[in-house]
Design a protein around this ligand. Structure first.
Ligand SMILES: [Zn+2]
Length: 313
């Protein structure tokens, strides 16, 4: 990612009355370690560039599925074609759904493709970081309580645009998944889509784009507070066009956890979409912070009989 496409002030967030959670939080956030997430990022980045439709992307998709399988999670490969500025492109979404005992679906997502046209680009932060945290979460969700809605881990292809974001360029995987959920009638069961993008920066500052569901933005802050890492999270005055947007457009609650200030000094962003986006710019501590906040959000995503979210961490 990502292109900032909006600016303005979002006043957050009138979330209304909350109901007390009906059970104790099911996950111990400390189970997720930064080292485990970092190892996953490292292995994934070592696979090389993952430009959609290339042999490298095919190998990476297979490696993702194999890794999920080795973690005890059944993965599905969804290969599809979509129009791009350079003709029809081939994309591969990888999803793994962990069934829960409660109704509804929570989607945890990250894109796994890497930006094309940049010599030497490996995408440690963009896209390795989000993938690594999702992979680190997989065995925890698998082993933990099922007293939760079902959780889908969604590894989305084709987030990056070739030329400029538009109906035929970028967000291919997220648009495909969102459309599929709408077509199958499952979209109305989605309680949250939580997107992780560029969350490994050593100097972590997750600035949540204002184009997100207010209740989920509020839930992030509550989780961050409970995690003791509230200072790492803020609400951005800018919106960001990212993989959560197709879900918002389809009426599903969604939020983007992204640190879009990735560079050698604040504001430079000179590691973003350059060969400098390498593992040494990341830290296990940042991955751990975001992973644990996600677990705390899951703990808080109880909802009332009316279906409204009731974050409580
Ligand atoms: Zn990018």
């Amino acid at each position: 990612m990502n292109r900032i496409f909006l600016s303005g002030l979002l006043i957050c967030a009138s979330c209304g009355p909350r109901q007390a959670p009906t059970a104790s939080p099911p996950y111990d956030p400390s189970v997720l370690t930064g080292e485990s997430a970092y190892r996953e990022v490292k292995q994934f980045v070592a696979l090389g560039p993952k430009v959609p439709g290339t042999e490298g992307a095919r190998r990476a998709a297979t490696a993702l599925i194999n890794r999920l399988t080795s973690l005890g999670v059944t993965a599905e490969r969804d290969e599809f074609r979509d129009a791009t500025p350079e003709g029809t492109g081939v994309f591969i979404n990888v999803t793994a759904t962990l069934p829960g005992a409660k109704p509804g679906l929570i989607i945890l997502a990250a894109h796994w493709d890497t930006k094309s046209g940049i010599e030497g680009f490996v995408g440690a932060n963009d896209s390795g970081s989000g993938v690594g945290v999702l992979l680190a979460l997989a065995p925890i969700l698998k082993a933990g309580t099922k007293e939760r809605p079902s959780v889908m881990l969604a590894f989305l292809d084709g987030e990056e645009c070739q030329v400029n974001y538009g109906p035929n360029d970028g967000l291919h995987g997220s648009r495909h998944l969102a459309a599929g959920l709408v077509a199958s009638g499952k979209a109305r069961t989605v309680r949250a889509m939580i997107l992780l993008d560029m969350i490994g920066d050593r100097d972590l500052n997750v600035a949540i784009p204002w184009n997100g569901t207010p209740e989920l933005i509020s839930a992030v802050f509550k989780a961050a507070e409970a995690n003791g890492t509230r200072e790492k999270f803020s609400l951005s005055r800018q919106g960001v066009l990212d993989d959560h947007q197709p879900f918002l457009d389809a009426g599903m609650p969604a939020v983007d956890l992204i640190d879009f200030d990735y560079g050698s000094a604040p504001g430079l962003n000179d590691y973003w979409h350059t060969p400098a986006d390498t593992l040494d710019k990341l830290s296990p501590a940042s991955l751990e912070t975001v992973g644990r906040v996600v677990l705390r959000m899951l703990n808080g995503l109880y909802y009332s009989a009316s279906g409204s979210l009731s974050p409580a961490n």
